[in-house]
Ligand binder design. Structure first.
Ligand code: HEC
Ligand code: HEC
Length: 248
């Protein structure tokens, strides 16, 4: 719909210019009127208004503090991979799967570029990002050091000591809503989210006990690796003791 409208608008503008004798030298520049990532985020692009990202992910891509993740400052490669995962079934979520299926590659790339430029700030209206107190000490130990006894590699190895994420494949956990982080761990454990490189997260999630998920999520989400998020007190972040057996 938007595209047809833009096309008609362009044709009309060109016709008007031709009448005035100035010609329409820009007519061949296809894409000059195409929607930018920001416009698609606000209007939903080919997914329509029901797919407008801002409705759920927030005007600044901040997420909702509950089960809608932050997109601001997300790595482009990871972002595009997740759109593909929703489309091909490696991730299942009624709305996201539907939306991803309606956006072509060009739209996805524009959205990825747009969200990558937004700062990972926590606007005041997002609550629940920070736990009121330090999560139990075992969460910090599991995250920063892993547990060689059960072959659990430290989360920090892949997600960073500050939860900032490492490169394209390993997303940030800092500044994601804690309930979202917990839910994703559970989805992997039960095989409902898959498609991760070398099944890293499937393996990790299955080495965790059920009652470890929520404290680990609270700890990971509150790490200081997302710019502008208020950091946990330093006492919540014990020094890391790399253990060669954990692969750290
Ligand atoms: C109706 C609400 C809704 C709308 C609209 C929506 N999303 Fe989502 N999005 C979610 C939820 C909820 C999740 C987490 C789903 C899950 O658990 O897998 C999510 C997850 C994602 C993820 C995965 C993030 C990560 O950390 O792995 C990406 C990327 C994403 N959405 C992009 C978009 C884009 C781009 C748009 C707009 C074109 C959009 N979303 C519109 C609700 C929405
Ligand atoms: C060997 C590397 C590795 C280790 C160790 C690891 N992860 Fe991951 N994690 C990944 C990768 C890779 C992804 C992205 C998978 C994908 O593309 O879907 C991921 C994704 C996640 C996500 C989803 C983020 C999002 O935005 O949807 C969560 C939550 C998560 N990991 C938590 C943890 C926790 C908690 C630990 C420690 C108990 C941990 N991970 C250990 C590699 C790792």
């Amino acid at each position: 719909m938007g595209r047809i409208h833009n096309y008609l608008l362009k044709a009309t503008l060109c016709a008007a210019v031709v009448v005035t004798g100035a010609g329409c030298s820009r007519q061949h520049q296809a894409g000059a009127f195409e929607a930018t990532g920001e416009v698609i985020a606000q209007g939903g692009g080919d997914a329509g208004v029901d797919g407008a990202c801002v409705v759920c992910h927030g005007l600044q891509g901040q997420g909702d503090g509950e089960t809608v993740p932050r997109l601001a400052a997300m790595d482009r490669g990871y972002f595009l991979q997740q759109m593909e995962n929703y489309d091909n079934g490696a991730r299942n979520h009624a709305q996201m799967s539907w939306i991803a299926g309606r956006l072509d590659n060009q739209a996805r790339v524009r959205l990825a570029d747009y969200y990558a430029t937004l700062p990972a700030t926590a606007p005041v209206e997002v609550s629940g990002v920070l736990p009121p107190t330090c999560p139990p000490a075992f969460a910090a130990t599991l995250y920063q050091q892993g547990d060689p006894e059960r072959g659990l590699v430290a989360c920090a190895t892949c997600h960073g000591v500050r939860g900032e994420g490492v490169g394209t494949g390993n997303p940030p956990l800092a500044g994601q809503p804690a309930p979202y982080v917990e839910q994703q761990l559970r989805l992997w454990r039960t095989g409902k989210r898959y498609g991760d490189a070398m099944h890293a997260m499937t393996g990790v999630s299955r080495l965790l006990a059920e009652d470890e998920l929520a404290p680990l999520a609270d700890y990971s989400a509150a790490l200081p690796g997302a710019t502008s998020y208020p950091a946990l007190p330093a006492t919540c972040l014990p020094a890391r003791h790399p253990d060669p057996r954990s692969g750290a």
